[in-house]
Design a protein around this ligand. Structure first.
Ligand code: UGY
Ligand code: MN
Length: 154
């Protein structure tokens, strides 16, 4: 794996990691929610090789690291904002998020609270928490967003 690359390991996948130099690795671990006979495959990819996706009504750039298909019970979104750009939709949804701000700085609104955030900060967003982001400063904001999908939350 190189800088900017990622891996998805299916449930019960025997694995080990070896690193010869210092590196930062963000790990999202969850219990897989099995559904019917669906199975997921082992994926190794690179963020910059993922296509930009349509974001109707929004200005940020979006890439998804995993297939959007039913077998996958979560996805990881990479979202890029230029300084001054913001989420048009003040979102409220059942999905939870784990967010890691990889680059830049801005303001995250969660419910009625507003948080200045900068690269390295992490946020957990509970189901149904109203959420909004505006990018500030002079450089691009990039964040990595865990989102549970394709399963009944109940
Ligand atoms: O896809 C999302 O739910 C995403 N737009 N949420 C967020 O950036 N807080
Ligand atoms: Mn969201």
């Amino acid at each position: 794996m190189q800088v900017d690359s990622y891996a998805y390991l299916p449930p019960n996948f025997e694995h080990s990691l070896k690193c010869d130099e210092s590196a930062t690795l963000a790990v999202f671990e969850r219990r897989y929610a099995f559904l019917d006979n669906h199975i997921t495959g082992h994926i190794v990819g690179s963020t910059d090789k993922q296509p930009l996706l349509e974001t109707p009504g929004e200005v940020f750039e979006l890439r998804k690291l995993l297939p959007a298909s039913v077998p996958y019970d979560f996805n990881i979104h990479i979202m890029d904002f230029q300084p001054g750009e913001f989420l048009n939709v003040k979102e409220v949804h059942y999905n939870q998020h784990g967010l890691l701000l990889l680059e830049g700085q801005g303001i995250y609104r969660l419910g009625d609270s507003w948080y200045p955030v900068q690269a390295g900060d992490a946020i957990w967003m509970a189901p149904f928490v109203p959420q909004w982001y505006a990018a500030l400063g002079k450089t691009r904001s990039r964040y990595l967003l865990y989102k549970d999908v394709n399963r009944n939350p109940l």
